[in-house]
Design a protein around this ligand. Structure first.
Ligand SMILES: [Fe+2]
Length: 306
């Protein structure tokens, strides 16, 4: 497959894609999806991931997600084209998947959400790592995240959350002292990252059949999806904002603590409260610990503040 580019080996496999290496080397953040470069092995990986998740989604995915999977008309056998996904997604909520070459600094990422764009990884995991990958891939992003973006209340929550980043930039723009600005931002970004983690990535929602997953980290994990809903080893509590923003998390094992929302209107009200609390200074000194906020994330907010 492929062979249309001069840059050599085809294939868009995580950590082994010449096209992505080149984009990063050139400092290109937003890219197109060079669809012809996907190898047969890449498509086969998508097919295997999709086929084994489907029965688990039906069992443990929340109804809005299942509806989203239907609405997007994903091909179970081939890596999706982002243009096709967007053709179904955009008329529903205005959202679109936008291809990126990798890591996107925090402010840029949140700002994309505010503009109804979802930074989307286009590489796919190697068949050797079918079960777990620390970084996102197209299966996590398109099969895990994007079906949720077809739901209006969920989409509005993402936009509201994205607006929080602008509030943060605005709050520090009047501060003279650079160190004080960075310290305040570091706490606010930590709070936002925790909120995102415990809701968008690992959220559970009450449903008539018990709790069901809406978090993309759960919906793209073969093992953890069932574990999150059924295992007695998981603590499940109603989402409390003060707890979530002060709760550290680790990414490399199944989550021992998950938060449950009643509905996406409930989740929206939490994103709304997050923004109000930010203005009141309640996010300026959240508990230390994971996730660590890097210099680039802070810098991205400072740039926006200027
Ligand atoms: Fe994610």
């Amino acid at each position: 497959m492929g062979g249309t580019l001069t840059c050599g080996k085809a294939g868009l496999t995580t950590n082994d894609a010449v096209f992505i290496d080149e984009a990063r080397k050139n400092g290109t953040r937003f890219i197109h999806q060079p669809y012809a470069l996907y190898s047969d092995e890449n498509h086969e990986t998508w097919r295997r991931l999709y086929a084994r998740m489907l029965p688990r989604w039906r069992q443990f995915g929340n109804p809005h997600f299942l509806q989203g999977i239907d609405s997007l008309c994903l091909d179970p056998r081939r890596v999706p084209r982002l243009a096709d996904v967007n053709r179904f997604l955009n008329p529903l909520t205005g959202f679109q998947a936008k291809a990126v070459a990798g890591y996107v600094p925090a402010f840029v990422f949140f700002d994309c959400l505010r503009n109804r764009e979802f930074p989307t990884t286009i590489t796919i995991r190697s068949p050797k790592n079918l079960d777990y990958l620390p970084e996102p891939d197209i299966f996590h992003d398109i099969a895990g995240h994007v079906p949720m973006h077809t739901d209006r209340a969920f989409a509005e929550t993402l936009v509201r959350f994205g607006e929080c980043a602008h509030t943060a930039a605005e709050l520090v723009s009047g501060m003279r002292d650079r160190a004080a600005r960075a310290e305040r931002l570091s706490s606010i970004i930590r709070a936002m990252a925790r909120f995102f983690w415990f809701t968008i990535e690992f959220g559970l929602m009450r449903s008539s059949d018990g709790v069901r997953a809406y978090g993309s980290g759960l919906l793209s994990s073969y093992g953890e999806l069932e574990h999150s809903v059924t295992s007695p080893a998981v603590q499940r509590y109603p989402l409390q904002l003060e707890w979530a923003i002060n709760q550290a998390f680790e990414i490399d094992h199944y989550q021992p603590l998950l938060f449950v929302v009643d509905s996406f209107d409930h989740l929206f009200s939490m994103a709304d409260k997050l923004e109000k609390w930010m203005r009141e200074g309640k996010l300026d000194h959240v508990a230390p610990g994971e996730p660590l906020v890097n210099e680039q994330d802070i810098e991205s907010f400072l740039e926006a503040a200027n």
